[in-house]
Design a protein around this ligand. Sequence first.
Ligand code: ATP
Ligand code: MG
Length: 250
Amino acid sequence: MLKIGVAGKGGTGKTTFASLIILSLLKMHQNPILAIDADPNSNLAESLGIKQPKSLVEIVNEVEKIKNNLPYGMEKTKYLEIRVQEAIKEESGFDLLVMGRTEGPGCYCYANNLLREWMGKIEKNYKFIVMDNEAGMEHISRRTSGDLDILFIVSLCDKVSLRTAESIYKMINSLELNIKKVYFVLNEFPYKKDVENSNFPVPVILKLPFDHEIYKLSEENKGILNLSENSIAYIVVSEFVKKMISGRDV
Ligand SMILES: Nc1ncnc2c1ncn2[C@@H]1O[C@H](COP(=O)(O)OP(=O)(O)OP(=O)(O)O)[C@@H](O)[C@H]1O
Ligand SMILES: [Mg+2]
């Protein structure tokens, strides 16, 4: 199993990049794949162009609401264990799990512990896990172990965005998660620009061009799964994914 995470400031293209990785893995028949939307502002389903499923948080909330009216003899933890399976939505060629946003001050610690354990178990069933995160993965360790094989920090190419990406990197580093490799991905990379890897705290592994086809699809409310194989962003990401699968360079 290879577990990949994507982080970065809002609006830099995290979800688009995560979707492009998922699309590339699908086209290369690298199943089974689990896509996890761990951003409280979930938009991975929308970016892919599929229906938003019920989130894990919604399911936990439903269980909380009926905790005094559970089926006879059913313990709350057991019931939750059964219900959380609903959160894994089978799509064509991959599964999608949306974590959702915790509302209010309530921290269902029993649920978080159970979910961490459950996540650890289900993750073993997949060949690839692609997780779209909020900017700096602040809440990552609440419901998942926080272990990752590769973390990509996505940034736009201007100086302000790059400085923010660097702060995000430092912040993630201070969380002491178990992440094997961290890379930068520069999105909407200008054709003529050049980068010196020595200017970055971690290597820039990928320069993703602005893609008019992605822009057009989002104008038409269609998702990345509808991209053609001529899309320049898809070509760049799929070449990279090919290398990643064969263990070269990453
Ligand atoms: N390489 C690209 N070419 C063209 N459009 C792009 C590219 N990357 C991202 N976009 C567009 O930019 C917008 C923001 O991208 P995206 O939703 O992936 O960012 P994000 O970092 O996930 O944002 P958020 O923080 O809101 O979750 C989307 O409309 C997406 O279609
Ligand atoms: Mg996003």
